[in-house]
Design a protein around this ligand. Structure first.
Ligand SMILES: Nc1ncnc2c1ncn2[C@@H]1O[C@H](COP(=O)(O)OP(=O)(O)OP(=O)(O)O)[C@@H](O)[C@H]1O
Ligand SMILES: [Mg+2]
Length: 248
């Protein structure tokens, strides 16, 4: 048995270790949130980096049983294109405490929307935990390689069917619209599509919902048709909102 003191010392050592590995990349706020994934026993180690974008860094992590994906929203990043679009005027405050709060809200939106998508059966990673700007979700891929995006994998009829059925479920059951769908924001794993990157999704009652859905469906149909499908955007749209039972 550890005494409280032993546990505290052990925790402090782990926090220092987290700082050693990520100290050059992340600020204290982020380090602490990552560290909490360890101390809360959500993960036991980092496996490899998956992606480093403008707004986030994604890692594969694991415990003794399985792999996870950790998406870390940058708090000191260069641009916040998507977040700014969402934040509008409220963004103006160049105060770092506000920024952290905002980015944490953004991470929470992704957590919430992933949950809606996952529970609707739309095909999405399952969100597990969000701590500030750090989001833990199920990992899509194998132990050696994360799943490729649809852009790199391409599509076949089953993937096309599943993607459109997923967009429909997101709309009719999850009652949200992704808002940034393209072949880049789908991962293909075991021949099934998983939508990712969903923080900006809007409620179907939002005034922008139909315009965004049109764009999402339009992007996907355009990509699918490059592979020889001849899907009409209007039909796909009717199918997506549940007005017809077939997109062909
Ligand atoms: N759950 C996951 N399992 C495996 N890989 C993932 C997962 N989530 C994200 N990734 C990988 O991380 C990349 C970036 O994720 P995401 O699109 O959510 O972040 P982003 O900040 O929008 O990055 P980008 O600007 O590159 O689109 C994805 O393209 C994918 O390769
Ligand atoms: Mg993305």
């Amino acid at each position: 048995m550890y005494s409280n003191d032993d546990t505290r010392i052990k925790n402090e050592e782990r926090l220092k270790e987290t700082e050693k590995v990520f100290g050059y990349v992340f600020d204290k706020f982020t380090l602490l949130n990552i560290y909490r994934l360890f101390s809360g026993k959500y993960i036991e180690r980092f496996e490899f980096p998956i992606s480093s974008g403008k707004e986030s860094i994604v890692f594969a992590a694991s415990d003794s049983r399985k792999f996870y994906a950790v998406k870390v929203y940058k708090t000191v990043a260069t641009t916040f294109k998507n977040i700014e679009r969402y934040a509008g005027d409220r963004w103006g405050i160049e105060n770092s405490r506000n920024k952290k709060k905002f980015i944490s809200q953004w991470a929470y939106r992704e957590y919430r929307n992933l949950g809606l998508a996952h529970r609707a059966g739309a095909g999405a990673p399952r969100p597990i935990k969000v701590i500030g700007n750090v989001l833990l979700m199920t990992y899509i891929g194998t132990r050696s390689k994360p799943a490729p995006t649809m852009k790199d994998y391409g599509v076949d009829e089953d993937i096309v069917n599943a993607s459109l059925a997923g967009i429909r479920k997101l709309y009719t059951i999850g009652e949200i619209v992704h808002g940034d769908l393209s072949e880049y924001n789908y991962l293909i794993f075991r021949k099934k599509p998983y939508m990712i990157d969903i923080a900006q999704a809007v409620d179907i009652k939002d005034s922008a919902a139909i315009v965004l859905l049109k764009r999402d469906v339009g992007n996907m149909v355009k990509f699918f048709n490059k592979f020889g499908f001849a899907i009409a955007e209007q039909k796909a749209l009717k199918y997506a909102v549940g007005e017809s039972d077939d997109y062909r």
